[in-house]
Structure formats: C-alpha cells, structure tokens
Design a protein around this ligand. Structure first.
Ligand SMILES: [Zn+2]
Length: 301
C-alpha cells in the first residue's frame, strides 16, 4: 500500500509517497503558483503530480491551508491568498478522475493527526496543537479525534483576541493573537529594529542571542505566545500542548515558554506539558496520509 500525500501552503506545495508503515519514501516541493495561468492552480498542480505518479499509489491524502469540509473533502473557505481555490471539490474531482480514495483536511489538523499517530502526541487522546508561522494555526484534539467545530472552523486560535484595541490583523479585525504571536510578526519586528532582514534561524544563532535588541524582542514574543497559551490552558485544562512551526525547534524558546506559561497558571493547570512538534515539515503529509489510509480501509465496501 502506498499513499501520495500533499501539503498545500500559500507559497509551496510539498508532496511525497508514503508506504504502509508511514515512512516517507521521497518528498519534494514546488511553488504553489507553478500553474498560475490556469483557472485553479493548486488543483492543476496536484492533478499533474497525480498523473505523473498514477499507478504508484492506492490513496491520496491532502493537507491544505484553509478551512476544509472534512466530511466531503471540499475546501470551505479561508484561502483568499490562492485564487479560485475556495470551494474546490478536491475529493469529488480526484476520486472521479483517479478512482482511489481521497482524504482532505486542514493543514494544522493534519499536523496534529501526524503528531498524534507518529510524533510528540503519540498515544495521547487529548491535546492542543498550535503552529507558529505566517499566522498562528490551531487544532483541538479530543477523544482521539480532531474537534472540527460546527462549520469546520474550530481551533482558529490565531484569531482569538488577546489585545483589546490592538494591532490590525490580516483577517480585518484588531488585537488578534497572531498579530502578536506569529513568527512572521517576530522576525519582521527584529529585522526592522536591527536594520537588516533576519529569519528565525539567524535570530537564534549563538552570536546574536546576547544582542540587547534581540534579547528584548525574544522576551516580548515569548510573552505574547504565553498569553495565548495561558488562555487555552484555562479553557481546556489540557495535559499536553504541542507547538509546531520551524522556529519552535529552538530548545531555548520552548523552555522559556514553559516557564512563562507555568508562572500564570493555578495549581490544577500546572501539569500541562508543552512540547515541540517532532515531525517538522513532514507532519502535514503524514497526517494526510493517515487519513487517506483510514478512508482506504472502507473503500469499495
Ligand atoms: Zn485575526
């Protein structure tokens, strides 16, 4: 059994083949706008790969940006930055064209499922997962499954308000958590104050960590991350929170966040474990592959 898995983001699409033990046999990525002159560039891009590898997979798993109608495999909303992608019926189109089962879910949900099956949350039936990148994504995992909400839009922690009358957010409202806690906000702020572009990896280089501006910016950013996590701890009383996004690989960051969250919690909340995601940039593909394997079990029954 093999599964072809995609992870669709605003700038790049990753894809790969996964075997029955969920080993990623190979993976590649290409720009999301590779087929920008077509009516639906993401659908066309995936279709091209599905044709290229046809016969080599038994199911298709798709992890994607946006809110996904999981029951039907349709992009629901929330991908305004990819033209004509909203409302794409990925399952309907690809199951008909390629005659194999297709599973589609939101990228943070897929990452959480990946972590639950194979990574930092292995064996856990309840946890929260947040990813820090261009924005902040979230997933609520309860009783061994994703809690998706009444319209597949649950767990959008990035748009809970943490600052009344705060900064504008990309969603059009103000004071959202991600307008303060997204990795992009942090790197932009550091770059502006340092007078040169710096990415997360550069900021956390040993020689930069003693710079007073960088120290101050890291401290401020950790406070913003911790503020949102504190709120989530009081709502969910979780035993585990998994933090993803490339920058969360920094041990120092996770350690500081743990301390800052712990300092704000009452005794019955302090047991929460805050761990970094383990599957890194494979989490979405592996979660999607897992969902596809589940759909394959009931295929043709
Ligand atoms: Zn917002």
């Amino acid at each position: 059994m093999k599964i072809i898995a995609f992870d669709v983001g605003g700038t790049a699409i990753k894809f790969g083949l996964v075997d029955e033990n969920f080993n990623v046999l190979f993976s590649e990525e290409f720009p999301t706008n590779t087929y920008k002159d077509t009516d639906n560039m993401v659908l066309r891009a995936m279709e091209a790969k599905l044709k290229e590898y046809e016969g080599q997979y038994d199911a298709i798993g798709i992890s994607t940006a946006g809110q996904v109608d999981f029951a039907n495999g349709v992009i629901h909303d929330g991908v305004g930055n990819i033209p004509n992608y909203n409302h794409s019926d990925l399952r309907g189109v690809f199951e008909k064209e390629f005659n194999v089962p297709v599973a589609v879910d939101n990228d943070v949900n897929c990452a959480a499922i990946g972590e639950a099956q194979f990574g930092a949350a292995k064996g856990e039936s309840d946890f929260l997962c947040l990813t820090y990148g261009t924005g902040v994504g979230g997933c609520i995992y309860i009783n061994g499954d994703v809690y998706r909400g009444s319209k597949y839009a649950g767990g959008e922690f990035g748009h809970m308000a943490t600052h009344k009358d705060g900064r504008p957010c990309t969603c059009g409202r103000i004071g959202c958590y991600e307008a303060y806690a997204a990795c992009r906000v942090f790197t932009t702020s550091v770059s502006e104050r340092m007078g040169k572009p710096m990415n997360g990896r550069e900021i956390f280089m040993e020689e930069n960590l003693q710079n007073p501006i960088i120290k101050e910016e890291i401290d401020k950013w950790e406070d913003e991350i911790a503020l949102g996590l504190r709120n989530l701890c009081y709502i969910f009383n979780p035993s585990l929170i998994v933090l993803g996004g490339g920058i969360m690989a920094e041990d120092m960051l996770i350690k500081d966040i743990r301390e800052k969250v712990d300092a704000q919690l009452e005794p019955n909340y302090k047991h929460v474990r805050i761990e970094k995601a383990q599957l890194r940039n494979k989490a979405g593909m592996l979660g999607a592959a897992y969902l596809a394997s589940e759909r394959l079990k009931n295929w043709n029954k």
